[in-house]
Design a protein around this ligand. Structure first.
Ligand SMILES: [Zn+2]
Ligand SMILES: [Zn+2]
Length: 389
């Protein structure tokens, strides 16, 4: 079976968020998919003898199951009902991850130390960059810095914001406004006029809904990647699509390169979307503003770390309930947890070299600050488990 692409270019299938009244039925896995046994999952964590407590998947003495197995599909569009995912064990990751190779990655011009153990030793200047694309108002910029803070705690890597790419939206058309600073000056006679390039987009005048196409025009984003970048993620609040037949796409990564763009538009809990027409979107005002921001932030955090982990070489997870599980549609995505299972935590730990307990403590502070109650409780119990086992 071919492996799934590292970055899910399209999470956007028919995907109304299910209400709790809906009855969940059993749906078969895609043919050929082999559900890992408990033992397979334990082995995938990658320890030959005893598993250290930080990566121990067993329940606590008071029966807290930190890492349940993946639930069976309950919807035909669920990831494992659609894609035959073969999983990536810790051992496979060590073999495949380009960031752990003793050879410098293609296109990287920054300093490289082949003898280094972790990505930080190998690329001492390496950073993850996040660039806002299009409108982000004052409230959104707080949201944006909260996303950056989470990403840096979660990954244990330096994460920095780049200055915004301006988009000009006029009469249903979208223009990329080229910043004079983003180009190297060509000398005295260089023009000071601001250049604009039209992006491919579609607009429905009846609903006023606009979507921008993630084609080569938008992916000129890759021209902005700084020399010391490990990867760069563009984030936009505009809705995206790839092909005419799409309802929408959540985002796109530029092949094997280090650049990706994602939209947060469909993560707004106040919006509900037609499963037939890309331009039909309804706004439901029932959610209080504070709760709306919290949910959007939580979804955005999960999306960002999931996609950056892909760019770091971590594939989809089939071993436990985990933020690296694939998702076939939005409600499946929203159901998944924010934490990494022991298999993927071990991968990230080897790649970056953080202290697992310190990372959990920093995440706890973050969850408290932003009111992520469920995750706060989870991580608190996990810390207790690690300290007292
Ligand atoms: Zn993915
Ligand atoms: Zn996992």
């Amino acid at each position: 079976m071919p492996r799934q692409p590292r970055t899910s270019a399209n999470k956007g299938k028919a995907n109304q968020v299910k209400t709790s009244q809906e009855v969940e039925e059993k749906i078969p896995y895609i043919s050929g998919y082999k559900r890992p046994s408990e033992n397979d999952s334990k082995k995938a964590i990658g320890f030959l003898s005893e598993i250290p407590v930080e990566f121990d998947p067993t329940p606590s003495k008071d029966n807290c199951v930190f890492f349940p197995h993946l639930p069976d599909p309950t919807h035909v569009d669920d990831w494992l009902a659609q894609y035959c995912e073969d999983g990536q064990t810790y051992k496979q990751f060590l073999k495949e991850c380009p960031w752990l190779s003793s050879r410098k990655r293609k296109y990287m011009s920054q300093e490289f130390k082949s003898s280094g153990q972790t990505i930080k030793d190998k690329y001492p200047d390496g950073k993850v960059y996040i660039v806002p694309i299009g409108a982000f108002d004052e409230k959104d910029s707080m949201f944006f810095s909260s996303l950056i803070e989470y990403t840096s705690i979660f990954l244990g890597l330096p994460v920095q914001a780049l200055s915004k790419v301006n988009l000009n939206v006029e009469d249903g058309n979208v223009y990329w406004v080229e910043s004079p600073k983003s180009k190297v000056s060509t000398g005295r006679r260089s023009s000071r006029r601001v250049k604009q390039h039209q992006l491919t987009s579609r607009y429905n005048p009846d609903t006023g809904h606009l979507q921008v196409c993630v084609d080569s025009n938008l992916m000129q984003l890759r021209n902005l990647i700084p020399e010391d970048a490990i990867c760069m993620i563009g984030l936009t609040l505009l809705d995206l699509y790839g092909e005419e037949s799409d309802l929408f796409v959540a985002g796109m990564a530029a092949g094997n390169e280090r650049v990706a763009i994602f939209s947060l538009y469909r993560y707004d809990p106040c919006l509900s979307f037609s499963t037939e027409h890309w331009f039909q979107i309804e706004e439901d005002e029932k959610i209080a503003e504070k709760e709306r921001s919290r949910i959007t932030l939580q979804r955005g955090c999960k999306l960002l770390v999931h996609e950056i982990c892909h760019l770091l070489g971590i594939d989809h997870c089939i071993y436990y309930d985990c933020c690296m599980n694939g998702s076939g549609h939005l409600s499946e995505d929203f159901r998944q947890p924010m934490h990494l299972c022991p298999v993927d935590l071990h991968k990230l730990h080897t790649l970056v070299g953080f202290d697992v307990l310190d990372r959990y403590k920093a995440l706890l502070q973050y969850y408290k600050k932003h009111g992520f109650k469920e995750e706060e409780q989870w991580v608190q119990k996990r810390i207790k488990f690690i300290c007292h086992k």
